[in-house]
Design a protein around this ligand. Structure first.
Ligand code: MRU
Length: 352
């Protein structure tokens, strides 16, 4: 049960703080050695923070963008929400353009737009309340998914995760990392492995640091070690998050996820995707239609600011990939679990 879990121990980090007058973001570019919140007063600066990965992770960028709308509304005078929506549209479009793949960004902004357009003269209060709600609902969804996902894991299992899907990537607790937290807390998980997640090293810099805050031991592995790890029998579940889940159950997530799913299927290892319903995009029929973000190839050419690749070498840096639904054993959302997802089962989930 949810109540059995000690959230004070297993949910310590908050990447996003609303002070009432400003948005504070834990700068994830500086972790793990510097824990520093940067204060934002301006929505375009929030868009810049999303683009630069100061705040990252699908749910977290949606929440940050919702607060960005509240900041954009500062000083805007309009008789009602519909008039305000027109004034705020350019700032909201700039927030939405910050990153293309995670649907949570567009989802949060659409939700803010919807309540804004329906609001009366108190629209400033209405959008601030909505941003609070988006954040609170995300935390509650994560806790629920933790319970549901941990229920799929047999006692003593080893798990492998990818990227960072924890408190840092969400309002708190995390998606895949929430399942791992709940699984560890309930004695289901014997060992946690985290892939480095090259080139930005979300696993190496963020995930293992985050788990240490909770006293959870995790073993870092090179991304290239995953298949070998599975072959040894050390892992029973790969547990990952998602940036967008399509109407047919295809899953976009951090680059490298697809090859983990292939390796998992080959070795008889379970493949679990954990994401709130805000990540489910029923308007996108399949993964082929998802825009995959490509970032600066320079991320591949240097480590810690030091060039490691010969001058003149070219690189290609797609930062997400799509895992076909056929390779997914379970999608865990706060609305329930979809086993062996396909279009019909995703439709049934979204109708819940
Ligand atoms: O580029 P990032 O670090 O924002 O990518 C994050 C991921 O791919 C996560 O797995 C995903 O957003 C889910 S976070 C709960």
């Amino acid at each position: 049960m949810d109540t059995a879990l000690d959230y004070a121990r297993y949910d310590r980090i908050r990447p996003i703080r609303w002070t009432g007058t400003a948005l504070e973001l834990l700068d994830q570019r500086l972790l793990p050695f510097t824990v520093e919140y940067v204060s934002y007063q301006d929505s375009d600066e929030v868009a810049g923070a999303i683009r630069a990965l100061a705040v990252r992770g699908a749910p977290a960028i949606g929440i940050a963008a919702a607060w960005g709308v509240v900041l954009a509304a500062r000083g805007v005078e309009a008789a009602d929400g519909a008039a305000a929506a027109v004034r705020l549209a350019p700032a909201m479009a700039r927030l939405e353009a910050a990153r293309p793949t995670a649907v949570n960004l567009a989802w949060a902004l659409a939700r803010m737009r919807r309540v804004l357009e329906a609001a009366g003269g108190d629209w400033h209060d209405v959008i601030e309340a909505e941003a609070h709600l988006i954040e609170a609902e995300d935390l509650a969804a994560n806790r629920r998914m933790g319970t549901l996902g941990a229920g799929l894991i047999a006692p003593g299992s080893g798990v492998l995760t990818h990227c960072n899907t924890g408190s840092l990537a969400t309002a708190g607790f995390g998606t895949a990392l929430g399942v791992i937290r709940a699984g560890v807390a309930r004695g289901k998980i014997g060992r946690v492995f985290a892939g480095e997640t090259r080139p930005w090293n979300q696993g190496a810099r963020l995930t293992v640091w985050e788990l240490r805050q909770d006293g959870i031991d995790a073993t870092l592995v090179a991304d290239a070690a995953a298949a070998h790890l599975m072959k040894r029998g050390d892992v029973q579940w790969v547990v990952v998050g998602a940036d967008r889940i399509c109407a047919n159950g295809d899953v976009a997530n951090k680059i490298g996820t697809y090859q983990l799913a292939i390796a998992a299927r080959y070795h008889g290892v379970g493949f679990m995707v954990v994401a709130p319903s805000s990540t489910v995009d029923m308007a996108t029929a399949s993964g082929d239609l998802i825009e995959i973000e490509e970032r600066d190839p320079g991320e591949l050419l240097a480590a810690a600011g030091q060039r490691t690749v010969a001058e003149g070498v070219q690189a290609w840096n797609p930062v997400f990939d799509v895992t076909p639904a056929a390779l997914v054993d379970a999608i865990v959302t706060e609305k329930g679990i979809v086993e062996r997802p396909d279009a019909a089962r995703m439709q049934a989930l979204s109708a819940r």
